[in-house]
Design a protein around this ligand. Structure first.
Ligand code: CA
Length: 247
């Protein structure tokens, strides 16, 4: 797909070190992104109540609160894509960040071009998760009692349960739904995205999806693990509007 210039995505950055904040803002501007920078988590969250960004770049060590808490509150109230950019490179922070719905994790010091590559990759996945609007509206899929509204990143069950997905989770679910009852490898599920050495992110997202979709996430009936091969979505998928399945 092509992205028109007028739809330049808005990126929020929270970073309390002024030099790094300037470097990030300068890099994003240089590569044509719109961004706003905040020195505290509260400032970003308060701004997000009035305007929702497509992506948030989050430092973890902030003066007023932990960046993971910022991520948690964003996911609950203003879901958007998220990239953690931090000096903390502990495995716990990485896994926790991805568990909470971050789309990627980059450790300082970083190469500005690496940051731009990650940002582009996340936004590309986000745009895939929300297909460009078509005359008959954004797509939706029905499977296993769930209704998946792709454009709104939301899932509603026939029994009334409602859950929202991060952009990365929605993109992953969409990949599974497009090829039901077929084993998909991690590489196929990652898609065009350049392979990350930390590709446990797929497994983390699968387990998050299971907690949202499955009656018993320990004994999944919808998304099955095929040991040594990948994952498989069981059952019938019905595409409701505006989206070509079996692609
Ligand atoms: Ca900091």
């Amino acid at each position: 797909m092509t992205t028109p210039d007028k739809d330049t995505p808005l990126i929020f950055v929270v970073e309390d070190e002024a030099d790094i904040a300037r470097l990030i803002a300068g890099t994003l501007a240089e590569y044509g992104f719109r961004s706003e920078t905040f020195g505290t988590g509260r400032a970003l969250l308060s701004r997000a109540r009035r305007e929702q960004p497509e992506l948030a770049i989050l430092d973890l060590g902030l003066p007023d609160m932990d960046g993971l808490q910022v991520l948690r509150e964003l996911q609950e109230n203003h879901p958007c894509a998220a990239l953690i950019l931090t000096g903390r490179d502990g495995l716990t922070d990485r896994v926790l960040g991805l568990e909470l719905g971050a789309d990627d994790y980059l450790v300082k010091p970083f190469e500005p071009r690496e940051l731009v590559a990650r940002v582009r990759s996340i936004l590309r996945r986000y745009q895939k998760a929300a297909p460009p609007s078509e005359p008959d509206g954004p797509g939706a899929a029905r499977f296993a009692g769930w209704h998946f509204d792709i454009g709104r990143l939301s899932l509603t069950h026939d029994d009334g349960r409602e859950v929202s997905l991060s952009a990365a989770e929605a993109a992953l679910l969409q990949s599974l739904l497009k090829r039901p009852n077929k084993i998909l490898t991690r590489e196929q599920l990652i898609g065009e995205r350049e392979l990350d050495p930390f590709d446990r992110s797929i497994d983390v997202r699968i387990s998050r999806l299971r907690r949202k979709l499955e009656d018993d996430p320990q004994d999944p009936k919808i998304i099955k693990t095929v040991y040594g091969a990948g994952y498989l979505l069981c059952g019938t998928v019905e595409w409701v509007t505006g989206w070509v399945g079996n692609g």
